[in-house]
Design a protein around this ligand. Structure first.
Ligand code: PMT
Length: 219
């Protein structure tokens, strides 16, 4: 699209994985490459938006034209940076894969191995999207749902819990969908329960479908 139909819209996008530190050498993370979120950022820039991209660590180049780029490590970092940038943005798209749990105790020294099994206790992280949902007001709020089973049912629960306008649900069991790849296979479900199903597409094409839907909500 060459049209600047999102001119001057302020969009906050999160992308990539979080890293939850166990000790100075080890961590818990997930398989997110950042491609989905970076594609949304790149397409939003092309359409004229002022994009703030808050990203976990990825191997990707920062999309050209992004107004503000902030790299974060943990879910707590992401929570803080998202909250600091919330007020200036009317559209929030949360494609980051945020860890639900973090190690309960921060070890300042490397954990030594012993002959015993090791158990690492985990604490809940904030659900960033749920917290944003509580203060939504007129903002457009878009979430993702990464599921391996009961895709629609789980995605619908997330729309309600997190007070979303719509959710982009990817079925991780399908080849060419979800983590790491350049394509995705998604269903978009809105808060009224309408479901749109899309075939396998590039993450850039899906980004534009998401942005088209947001544009309709802004009217
Ligand atoms: O990065 P790629 O390799 O391109 O892969 C893309 C993707 C699979 C990561 C992406 O398409 C995707 O589905 N992102 C969301 C992954 C996820 O964490 O889904 P979830 O169903 O666990 O979470 C639901 C929503 O709540 C998400 O919008 C998530 O950002 C948000 N969330 C989750 C947990 C948490 N503690 N805070 C959150 O804000």
């Amino acid at each position: 699209t060459d049209k600047k139909d999102l001119n001057e819209k302020n969009i906050l996008i999160t992308a990539g994985p979080t890293i939850e530190s166990i000790d100075p050498v080890r961590y818990i993370t997930n398989r997110s490459s950042g491609k989905m979120g970076y594609s949304i950022a790149a397409e939003a820039v092309k359409r004229g938006a002022n994009v703030t991209l808050i990203s976990g660590k990825t191997n990707l180049d920062i999309p050209v034209g992004v107004k503000k780029f902030i790299e974060v490590e943990s879910a707590d970092d992401m929570y803080n940076v998202v909250m600091e940038n919330l007020e200036n943005n009317d559209i929030i798209i949360k494609s980051a894969a945020v860890a639900d749990y973090k190690p309960k105790y921060k070890q300042s020294k490397k954990i030594k191995k012993s002959d015993e099994d090791l158990c690492i206790e985990l604490d809940r992280n904030y659900d960033i999207l749920k917290e944003i949902g509580k203060m939504k007001k007129n903002k457009v709020l878009v979430g993702f749902a990464a599921e391996t089973n009961d895709l629609i049912e789980n995605a619908k629960k997330k729309i309600k819990n997190k007070n979303l306008d719509f959710i982009v649900a990817n079925d991780l069991t399908q080849e060419g969908a979800g983590f790491g790849v350049d394509t995705n296979i998604v269903k978009i479900i809105d808060k009224n329960g309408n479901i749109e199903q899309y075939p396998k597409m590039s993450k850039s094409d899906i980004a534009n479908i998401i942005l088209d839907k947001i544009k309709l909500l802004l009217k």
